[in-house]
Design a protein around this ligand. Structure first.
Ligand SMILES: Nc1ncnc2c1ncn2[C@@H]1O[C@H](COP(=O)(O)OP(=O)(O)OP(=O)(O)O)[C@@H](O)[C@H]1O
Ligand SMILES: [Mg+2]
Length: 512
């Protein structure tokens, strides 16, 4: 817009992008057309400044140049006592969630939008301000309504609800995907612990499949989380599947997903499989030794091709997933016995890591007991108990078939059962080491029976089985699945025995 110098700031005048070609023909308006248009622009500006709830102008450098009288009402809610603290500051520093910078960047007006920040929800409008050359030199922001909820109730409440849901979902997702453990959470400074941590750090740098081997309770799951969190995929999801816990008939859908329309009922809409959910991240296949043979070949194909085919679909989907598998079973022996496919075994066994048993790193017991004690205290809300030197010594003499899980359970039981602040070997020997046999009619124990010269073989066998199961449940804190693994029997056969001898479970839960 050419013409004499304007009485109001240049960039405000520039808000009226009138060119000569757009001005009405001279003969319709005998007066000075330029002057009239300038008046129109000024009047419009004045009217908007007075009749809207608030107005602000920012310059190219993001700074607030001017605010209307109406806008001053919002200052306290934004955390400012007066105009001088606000004007002159970059708009993004003083107005949370502002979108004014997008207008500066794109030069495009946003005629109606909702802005929500700590001072409320507003119906706003944003216009770019251009100079004679058409360059964006600033932006004008208008607050059209400051309580749109009263006049636009349904729209606003829907908006706020969605906004809230989005916020909650984001927060939950972030919390879920944050790895629970890092490599430093694997406590221990013994040579065996340092070596396993060194291997974990090394494999975290690669994208290859990792196989975590080791007895029950040694920390394989902890290690899987730690490797993920040390890898380049740490900011992507870590998705876990416990193969032993999913019924065989549902495993395929769980892994690969279901195409929409493949089934009726609940699955009609289809469902993403774990491979899809882990896309870009890591899939933790726990208890891989429990994978049914039929599914093993399908898993092998996915590992090789990085492609999955959802059930009921005839298209394949590319995925980018790093697999960490774990098992406490002897996979090589299973291959020899024909219950685990050799080709899958070799594919998984690229980077095997053997997590050592607790008895191979007894030197770590003190540090572990300290860390576990701290965690137990934190969770129970009680002060942490001290361990006397003879308690540490006693702990170091135990065989720990249930490994760190068992150590943790033992510490927890003994700390909760005693009011003393210091735990000595006597506390452990009294309660945890040899739990009292079930009250009355006490069945013969294995040792009592074997002490006799001769006893009926079925009775001996039963006593031995009961004893073994009791110890296994003790070692695993009552975790039946882990106990079955420790005994190397199926879950079903453990359940069957527990149904026959219900007192075994009672003993464990009383002690837990
Ligand atoms: N090095 C360690 N430092 C601290 N805590 C540990 C360590 N290793 C294991 N734990 C703890 O011991 C418990 C058992 O560990 P985890 O579940 O990882 O074992 P696992 O090898 O997966 O056992 P399973 O084969 O029975 O599934 C968990 O509470 C874990 O936090
Ligand atoms: Mg595990």
């Amino acid at each position: 817009m050419a013409g004499p110098t304007l009485a109001w700031p240049r960039y405000i005048a520039a808000a009226m992008p009138l060119s000569k070609s757009q001005t009405p023909a001279q003969h319709d308006f005998p007066q000075d057309v330029d002057g009239l248009l300038r008046l129109a622009a000024q009047s419009m500006f004045d009217v908007l400044a007075r009749s809207t709830e608030g107005m602000m102008v920012i310059g190219r450098d993001h700074r607030v140049v001017w605010i209307s009288d109406g806008y001053k009402r919002f200052l306290p809610a934004l955390g400012f006592n007066d105009e001088h603290e606000f004007v002159g500051r970059p708009v993004e520093d003083v107005v949370p969630n502002t979108q004014m910078l997008q207008v500066l960047e794109t030069g495009k007006p946003v005629l109606v939008d909702l802005l929500t920040n700590r001072s409320g929800t507003f119906l706003v409008s944003r216009l770019p301000l251009r100079n004679d050359a058409g360059e964006v030199v600033g932006a004008l922001g208008l607050v059209l309504l400051d309580h749109p909820e009263t006049t636009m109730q349904p729209l606003i409440s829907k908006f706020s609800r969605l906004q809230q849901e989005l916020e909650d979902t984001r927060r939950q997702l972030a919390a879920q995907r944050r790895p629970k453990y890092t490599i430093a959470s694997f406590i221990g400074a013994s040579p065996a612990a340092l070596e396993v941590k060194r291997q974990a750090r090394r494999v975290a740098q690669t994208d290859s499949t990792v196989l975590l081997l080791g007895e029950t309770g040694t920390g394989k799951e902890l290690m899987a989380h730690a490797i993920h969190s040390a890898s380049r995929r740490a900011h992507r999801p870590l998705v876990g599947v416990n193969i032993a816990a999913v019924p065989e008939t549902l495993l395929e859908a769980e892994f690969f997903g279901v195409a929409p329309g493949a089934y009726t009922g609940a699955e009609r809409k289809g469902r993403d499989g774990k491979f899809k959910l882990a896309d870009g991240g890591t899939l933790f296949l726990d208890e891989i030794g429990d994978m049914p043979l039929a599914l093993q070949s399908k898993l092998l194909r996915v590992l090789q091709e990085q492609e999955v085919e959802p059930l009921g679909s005839n298209t394949v989907m590319r995925v980018d997933v790093r697999v960490i598998a774990a098992t406490s079973r002897d996979l090589a022996a299973m291959v020899a016995a024909g219950s685990f496919r050799a080709d899958l075994y070799y594919r998984l066994n690229v980077l095997p890591i053997r997590v050592p048993a607790l008895r191979e790193r007894l030197d770590d017991i003190e540090a572990l007991a300290e860390a576990l004690g701290e965690d137990i205290a934190r969770r129970s809300g009680m002060p942490q108990k001290l361990l006397s030197p003879d308690a540490i010594e006693w702990l170091m003499q135990q065989p720990w078939p249930g490994n760190i899980r068992e150590l943790r359970n033992t510490l927890e039981q003994v700390s909760l059962m005693s009011d003393d602040m210091q735990l000595t070997a006597a506390h452990f020997q009294g309660d945890a080491a040899a739990p009292a046999p079930a009250e009355a009619p006490a069945p013969a124990t294995a040792s009592a029976l074997t002490a006799q010269a001769v006893a009926p073989l079925p009775e001996l066998i039963e006593a031995l089985e009961r004893d073994a199961i009791r110890r296994a449940l003790q070692a695993t804190g009552g975790n039946r699945m882990a106990a079955a693994r420790l005994l190397q029997i199926s879950r079903a056969s453990l359940y069957e025995r527990l149904a026959r001898w219900p007192d075994l479970e009672v003993q464990v839960s009383n002690n837990a």
